[in-house]
Design a protein around this ligand. Structure first.
Ligand code: UDP
Ligand code: MG
Length: 330
């Protein structure tokens, strides 16, 4: 394929990124000059000027398109919406804050042209994120990969290129609580990798403080695997066995000996221990039950307030096939 034989879609989720969006567009223009491309800015219910900025940039730059959500639905939903509306033969997802440099995209495109249907860009962290985030992220991937049947690429952070075939599968996803990193490990296809230096955020703050990271991690684990339920069962069984042995011992002492257990400590320790285990198991079950409850409502993952996506290859193909059907009298 020659450089102009295909269209590249670049999906950029934006949540309060008014200062970063223009810089991002400049960078994309600089590095994608040699290609035919479209940019899809997905405004995820921003409260700053990002929303108006998307509209303004759409008016000024032919490559820029936008989707605006009715409220904040989260990063994963924004990615899904952008991928679903993208027209390109290859779709790149990249954060708006320039921590993932657009200069890497040509290397990703090359890897795709070499036959990889999913190209993951793997960050090398120097001082771009704090040690706490770095190490908790390592621990999370380690736990996730121990629990999941489909290993997730370590350090993957949603900077990737996917082929049209894969993008179409994202459009078919019905599940709420989407965890795209898990989905891309499950979906199969041929994977390639490029590495890049992860940069510091230029403007603004991360939207993923610790509690949101924990939420994403829990979602990742529970949407990828039911092994925690099995672990809960094993843990419950082991603790029940131990408790049974202690009961037998206590009964033996009470019936056959003069010694009775006079310890408050042993009573309180075992009670708290058992209560703790029970709550843990109940919590794990509750997590899955809550998910079932939400999934059962079958609400969409996001609501689009408005979108402006220019007609490109895909739309032209659609309208051609419609015309053909009309001409044939269908
Ligand atoms: N983002 C979003 N919706 C949200 C939170 C974040 O669309 O609810 C976007 C954000 O604008 C950025 C990307 O997702 O483009 C990654 O967010 P952030 O940089 O805050 O995450 P971090 O890099 O710190 O993990
Ligand atoms: Mg970031």
């Amino acid at each position: 394929m020659r450089k102009n034989d295909f269209l590249i879609s670049v999906v950029v989720p934006c949540y309060n990124e008014e200062k970063n969006i223009p810089l991002m567009i400049d960078e994309l223009q600089k590095h994608l000059r040699a290609y035919r491309y479209e940019v899809i800015l997905v405004d995820d219910g921003s409260s700053d000027d990002s929303s108006d900025l998307c509209e303004r940039l759409y008016g000024e730059i032919t490559e820029v398109n936008y989707i605006r959500f009715a409220r904040n639905f989260g990063h994963q939903a924004a990615l899904q919406a952008g991928i679903t509306c993208a027209n390109g033969e290859a779709v790149v997802t990249i954060d708006a804050d320039l921590q993932q440099p657009p200069s890497v995209i040509p290397a990703m495109v090359k890897c795709w042209l070499d036959g990889h249907e999913i190209v993951e860009a793997i960050p090398e962290y120097t001082d771009s994120i704090g040690w706490f985030k770095k190490y908790t992220s390592y621990i999370f991937y380690w736990v996730l990969n121990k629990l999941s049947d489909y290993p997730v690429v370590k350090k993957a952070n949603d900077f990737r290129l996917i082929d049209r075939k894969v993008a179409d599968e994202v459009g078919r996803l019905k599940e709420n609580h989407l965890y795209l990193r898990g989905f891309f490990s499950w979906v199969g296809f041929n994977k390639g990798f490029v590495h890049y230096d992860h940069k510091k955020r230029i403007n603004g703050e991360t939207h993923y403080p610790f509690y949101k990271m924990v939420r994403l991690a829990l979602n990742g684990i529970t949407s990828m695997s039911v092994r925690p339920l099995r672990l809960a069962l094993i843990l419950g069984s082991i603790v029940s066995l131990i408790a049974f042995a202690i009961i037998c011992w206590a009964l033996y002492l009470a019936v056959f000996t003069e010694r009775t257990i006079a310890g408050w400590t042993s009573t309180i320790v075992s009670t708290l221990f058992l209560a703790g285990i029970q709550l843990l198991v109940l919590g794990i079950m509750g997590e899955y039950l809550g998910k079932l409850f939400i999934e059962n409502k079958q609400r969409p993952n996001y609501i689009i307030r408005d979108k402006c996506i220019r007609n490109t290859v895909k739309d032209i193909e659609h309208s051609t096939s419609k015309t053909t059907l009309i001409e044939q009298g269908v």
